[in-house]
Ligand binder design. Sequence first.
Ligand code: GDP
Length: 419
Amino acid sequence: MTITKAQQYLTNFRNIGIAAHIDAGKTTTTERILFFTGRNRNIGEVHDGAATMDWMEQERERGITITAAATTANWTRSGTNEEYVVNIIDTPGHVDFTIEVERSMRVLDGAVAVFDSSQGVEPQSETVWRQADRYGVPRIAFSNKMDKTGASFDLVVNDIRERLGAIPAPVQYPMGQENEFKGIIDIIRMQAHTFTNDLGTEITVSDVPEQYMDKVREMRAALIEAAAEVDEDLMMMYLEGEEPTAEQLVAAIRKGTIEKKIFPVLCGSSLKNKGVQLLLDAVIDYLPSPLEVPAIKGTLEDSEETREFPADPEGKLAALAFKIMADPYVGRLTFVRIYSGTLTSGSYVYNASKEKRERVGRLLKMHANSREEVTELRAGELGAVIGLKDAGTGNTLIGDGDDRVLLESIDIPEPVIKL
Ligand code: GDP
């Protein structure tokens, strides 16, 4: 696929959800992601551990916890100057909100599945995993709570294989578990990341310690084998006994992840801030940009004809309202994902679900602790619209005067009955 100049920004976008069994650490992981991306953006100068903790505590009191249906964060891939936009879409984690989970699945391009490493894959994680399967959402798995008594990375890896029937691709290995959890080995680059302060915010990168060498070599060989199965170039190298570079291996795993054939597995402790930055790097490395997922389809009114809306800010407007929230200051906030085209403040759109023309008021991008007013939201972006009176969740918004199209309807399953 050729990427036009207008689409270029999309290569640095990741629209993700964080899915988990209740208590696995979804909230803590989200908070820490917002902490690290916020620090990345605003307060890069804080080196002192105590100050970092204070800041985090204050944020917690003020409620850094995700309150918006979509929060925009920025991340610079470690070891590079590449800036990325990571939109975090709130996915409800409770089984009785299954319909809401399904709805949110439609607006994300990839997900982080968080597991409690002392519990492995729990029944609810299985439910969410199956929903992600139905919507074809590529995933990476995060084996959280590595510091907790009973933590086992191998348990999570094995459960992914056995309980979920998926092919795990462990790209990391923990150095120590439970209260001995000291660091993370990057199997792809054969590097050890050791946490050198209690907060987990200071990291030293070094060679893999001798004691882990055999294990890690064995895991790397298995990883190459799994990646070769999904990537022909790597398979050729593998058959010829050639060792791939880290970049080649990442590219193959990325391909396999986007095709939902393999699932990279990472580890850490979000409570102790350990592994969260590496997790963000993995979001960049393995999860797709809006250009790498199939274009959303719509059906033309009164016909069977379908149309595709590839992610392109210059295309016809196609947006989906996925959550309505009442805000004490501005009233009704309609969260939207723009698939194609550009939504402009002050413009008119056509709500194809309600068959009504509606005026777009102001547009907001929600950050962890601020709101940014913008004049437009482009394809691939998510934000909130103030001023839409009739739009409800699941409604399609298109350009006023465009051919009337409804985006693929949500195939809502039978309600889950709670016993
Ligand atoms: P959620 O229900 O998935 O959103 O889970 P929370 O983020 O609220 O976490 C549930 C509990 O697990 C809380 O008491 C957290 O403090 C704790 N927790 C979260 N992450 C970790 C971790 O990495 N290690 C340990 N030991 N506890 C954690």
